[in-house]
Design a protein around this ligand. Structure first.
Ligand SMILES: NC(=O)C1=CN([C@@H]2O[C@H](COP(=O)(O)OP(=O)(O)OC[C@H]3O[C@@H](n4cnc5c(N)ncnc54)[C@H](OP(=O)(O)O)[C@@H]3O)[C@@H](O)[C@H]2O)C=CC1
Ligand SMILES: O=C(O)C1=N[C@H](C(=O)O)C[C@H](O)C1
Length: 266
């Protein structure tokens, strides 16, 4: 069987480096290029801290897609760049697996249309950790019975987007089963702006950013005389890699956009 030919965008990042290591360690995967904004013309193994791989590095994405035959692009960058990479990848017949968070609904719709037009798969997964996906699913189940809910996500202080993609996705899943409800006292006021967090149909999202954290989320439900808390912690970035591998395998079998790893789990 031939190997899956993979391009990683963002290879020096916290997640990108872990993804490069995954590709290096999987027998069925081959790194055919990396997209990096600083090391144009290098070979991956010549960049400090990278595994010993001979794949070329490109800064110009189109030049990369023109020159390199690839099956899958793994994107772990920033939203504007990840969106641009995904569009171009689809144009070039390469299937994107996107971990980058912060895409807008319009961007998701556009990518879905493009993927379907081309008959290609694309997977956008706000969280690749299986435990986090289960946490979101359990939260959705609980929200049917507990409409009062606050999401508290905690991340390292280098994270750019707030709320996290996982929190946004959790809120979307809860919205599917929860009727809009303003929580808290009807006359509550914020004496310091933002004290009650972000408001999604009346439910609240709180984003904590501190050094020392990796990626953590609690979904807390309350009802008369009881609370229920569903919690997930990622203590390192390896926790995301089995999900990345699953997405690389699955994206080659589909011809539309899949948003969320839960859609791939049996
Ligand atoms: N789906 C999931 O399970 C997970 C998703 N994420 C998401 O993945 C993304 C990356 O996270 P993380 O690895 O922690 O972030 P890092 O900041 O560590 O890495 C981001 C990478 O993107 C590159 N980059 C930044 N700006 C540009 C640009 N304008 N053009 C090209 N490359 C650029 C950076 O290069 P440079 O060093 O030069 O800035 C770096 O290599 C985030 O959106 C995060 O939310 C994170 C963890 C899990
Ligand atoms: O930036 C991160 O670190 C993470 N980003 C994703 C998100 O925004 O939900 C996934 C995970 O929480 C780690």
């Amino acid at each position: 069987m031939s190997k899956t030919r993979i391009i990683v965008a963002g290879p020096r990042g916290r997640m990108g480096l872990e993804a490069v290591k995954l590709v290096a360690n999987e027998e069925d995967f081959e790194l055919v290029a990396a997209i990096d904004r600083k090391y144009d013309g290098y070979i991956v193994k010549d960049i400090d801290g990278m595994p010993s791989l001979d794949a070329p590095v490109y800064t110009d994405v189109e030049a990369c897609f023109e020159a390199v035959e690839a099956d899958v692009l793994i994107d772990l960058t920033i939203p504007e760049v990840g969106y641009k990479h995904s569009r171009l990848a689809l144009e070039y017949g390469i299937r994107p697996v996107v971990g980058t968070t912060g895409f807008t609904k319009d961007q998701l719709n556009e990518l879905q249309q493009l993927a379907e037009g081309k008959g290609l798969g694309i997977i956008i997964a706000p969280n690749f950790a299986v435990g986090a996906v289960l946490m979101m699913q359990f939260a959705k189940m609980a929200a049917k019975y507990f409409p009062d809910v606050e999401i508290i996500e905690r991340h390292h202080d280098q994270k750019l987007d707030a709320p996290s993609g996982t929190a946004a996705k959790t809120a979307e899943l809860i919205q599917e089963v929860r009727h809009e409800k303003k929580q808290g006292h009807e006359n509550e006021t914020e004496t310091i702006e933002g004290a009650r967090g972000a408001d999604v149909d009346g439910m609240r999202i709180h984003s904590v950013r501190l050094p020392g954290l990796v990626a953590h989320q609690e979904v807390m439900f309350g009802a008369s005389g009881q609370t229920l808390t569903i919690k997930h912690d990622s203590y390192n970035r390896e926790s995301f890699m089995s999900g990345v591998k699953l997405c690389v395998d699955e994206v080659q079998k589909i011809d539309t956009l899949v948003y969320g790893l839960e859609n791939l789990l049996q």
